[in-house]
Write a protein that binds this ligand. Structure first.
Ligand code: NI
Length: 190
């Protein structure tokens, strides 16, 4: 149970492709401790998700959870999820523009994400999952899994003028974004 420092944009480990975890290694104390540390670090930072390379371990595991998150009050609930070796497959061409933040980047910005995706992954018990995710939850999955490929959300920002610090986002952009994204969440249900 350790809260780790979170690497910031510019650190090389955020830019490498993380390696798969062998299924027989999931139950080892080292892997289970890494998962616990990811969860603790995500909670301490009020994050909606965290990838292992953000705390310096370039292996393919992400954790996600949204309850009542002060960083992202418009996000629908997402139960605590541990995803090992996750694979994402878009189900169609529907996209949504989401203003995202990241614990490794001191800015927010707008990116296009798939609305409907299929995710396949192993959980911390090594059980295989094959599920459909939609809406902002699908966006969170895409953001976290991008980390495992060395991709940060800023790489996907089409319009650099959407970049803002958290203070400037709150002062000038938050209300319009929340109005638009709340209508979207009500439409797609997640
Ligand atoms: Ni991130």
């Amino acid at each position: 149970m350790t809260v780790h420092p979170i690497l910031s944009i510019g650190h090389p480990t955020l830019r490498v492709r993380a390696t798969e975890i062998e299924p027989e290694d999931i139950g080892t104390p080292a892997t289970q401790a890494l998962i616990d540390d990811l969860i603790d670090t995500m909670h301490a930072a009020n994050g909606a998700g965290l990838a292992a390379n953000q705390i310096g371990h370039a292996c393919r595991v992400v954790v996600m959870e949204v309850t009542s998150n002060p960083r992202y009050p418009y996000k629908p609930p997402l139960p605590l999820t541990v995803a090992i070796n996750p694979v994402i497959e878009p189900l169609d061409d529907e996209m949504v523009e989401i203003n995202e933040g990241c614990l490794s980047v001191p800015l927010r910005g707008s990116v296009q994400r798939h609305v409907n995706i299929r995710v396949r992954y192993l959980d911390r018990d090594g059980v295989a999952h094959d599920e459909v995710k939609r809406g902002l939850t699908a966006g969170t999955w895409q953001h976290e899994c991008d980390h495992l490929d060395g991709i940060l959300f800023v790489d996907r920002v089409d319009d650099p003028t959407s970049l803002a610090t958290w203070d400037e986002f709150n002062d000038f952009h938050r209300d319009a974004f929340i109005e638009r994204i709340t209508a979207f969440v009500e439409r797609v249900g997640s």
